[in-house]
Design a protein around this ligand. Structure first.
Ligand code: PMP
Length: 416
């Protein structure tokens, strides 16, 4: 027995030692910049705390509510006995072709795009990044220096080399094509450039129509490829205007990647519903691109989940549902615009000017605050913003706007 115990303990030690070798050298990864603060908010005991962080839509009562069209479609699908079998590797065709039609309107030609359903916009970005790493002419991606914090992490994790370009001109607070050009002029042919197609997160500042044309012309001239992150279609100037950046490139036959998210514009956050669309230079390349994306999917998660995609397909198949969804999306947009106006007005009554904030588009208002001020707002006032003063407009209503403005003003040089 003693001999057996000794052997057992020795083996135990060997295992422990091996375990040490395996994981003890790991660094603790930093908590996610968005979800980390969402957890801190949940732990904050103050009853009057205000959440202006994660990009999730809430109604005027600050209650998360999914679109009624989406709830109805979901219910009808379940009642009808929704398909429970595996989806094909590239997902539900009715879904992803429907997304192609919304994203590109009448410019969508199914045989010019390799499309695959993805796990939300994030999943689509990662599939696109993996495609570039394996098949891109260059492994460089240029990303704006102010962007969604997950972009640099995601592209680096995929193995891409990241360079950054200034997104806003500090003297005007607006997008600057000239500064982008200066920063990227030494990039090699074949480099990818990340652009948010509309409602830039976090700044809400999008290039103008004219600037999108300049960007597309310049990319064509230099042999750069756009990687569009399209997470907010319909939350800016409307479904048929928010895609203008894509059209500028597709009409010039510039190969492009598009990561589409249905999280915000269909309120399908938890269902992880999105798509990667790849516009190839010719019809021949499409099958090859798709085969590579499918191989990637097969080895990552085999095939995507069905429910969110079925909901979108159901809504798009039925014209009454489509119309009702579009109306709900417009109402969401109108509430965001109203919240933006109310906040800016409340601040201006306290002598705080917010140049450019009214012109910003989408779910967020961006205030260019220092990290210290954002932290002080959180600690002293219980008001949670992200980054350098990104406010989720859906967290504002007529009851809290005054308190938010008062608190912000106290850190912005206005009334105490
Ligand atoms: N891109 C941007 C700019 C985003 O803001 C988000 C979501 N906040 C995403 C991508 C990811 O979208 P999803 O939640 O569908 O993965």
């Amino acid at each position: 027995l003693v001999k057996f115990m000794n052997l057992f303990l020795a083996n135990g030690r060997i295992c422990d030692h091996e375990a040490d070798m395996m994981f003890s050298s790991l660094d603790l990864a930093p908590s996610d910049p968005v979800f980390g603060f969402v957890e801190a908010f949940a732990r904050d005991p103050r009853p009057d705390k205000i959440n202006l962080m994660a990009g999730v839509y809430c109604d005027e009562d600050l209650v998360f509510r999914r679109f009624q069209t989406v709830s109805r479609a979901s219910k009808e699908l379940v009642e009808a006995g929704e398909m429970a079998n595996y989806l094909p590797i590239d997902g539900l065709k009715a879904f992803y072709e429907g997304i192609g039609r919304i994203a590109l309107g009448r410019h969508f030609e199914a045989d010019r795009f390799a499309i695959a359903q993805a796990l939300g916009g994030t999943g689509a970005l990662r599939l696109g990044a993996n495609l570039i790493v394996r098949w891109g002419q260059s492994r460089i991606i240029a990303i704006p220096d102010i962007t969604w914090p997950n972009h640099p992490l995601l592209f680096r994790q995929a193995g891409l080399q990241i360079v950054s370009y200034p997104f806003l001109d500090p003297s005007t607070g607006m997008f600057s094509f000239r500064m982008m050009q200066n920063a990227l002029s030494s990039l090699p042919k074949g480099a990818f450039v990340l652009l948010q197609a509309c409602c830039q997160n976090p700044t809400g500042m999008d290039p103008s129509d004219e600037e999108w044309n300049w960007i597309a012309d310049w990319f064509q001239e230099r042999g750069f490829f756009p990687f569009f992150d399209f997470a907010y279609q319909g939350l800016g100037e409307g479904l048929s205007r928010d895609n203008k950046a894509l059209l500028c490139c597709v009409q010039r036959n510039i190969p492009s990647l598009i990561a589409y998210s249905c999280s915000k514009n269909f309120s399908l956050y938890a269902e992880r519903t999105g798509a990667l669309l790849v516009f190839g230079e010719d019809r021949d390349s499409i099958q090859k691109i798709l085969s590579q994306v499918k191989q990637d999917i097969r080895t990552l998660y085999s095939n995507p989940p069905v429910h969110g995609a079925s909901i979108v397909a159901y809504i798009l198949k039925n014209p009454d549902f489509t119309l009702a969804w579009q109306q709900e999306l417009q109402a969401v947009c109108a509430r965001l615009v109203k919240s933006r106006t109310h906040l800016v007005e409340a601040l201006s009554l306290k002598n705080i000017a917010c140049p450019g904030v009214v012109e910003q588009k989408g779910m967020f208002a961006y205030f260019h605050l220092s990290s210290e001020k954002v932290e002080a707002l959180r600690k002293e006032k219980g008001i949670y913003l992200l980054g350098k003063g990104r406010v989720n407009l859906a967290g504002i209503n007529r009851h809290n706007v005054e308190r938010i403005a008062e608190a912000m003003a106290s850190f912005m040089g206005g009334a105490k």
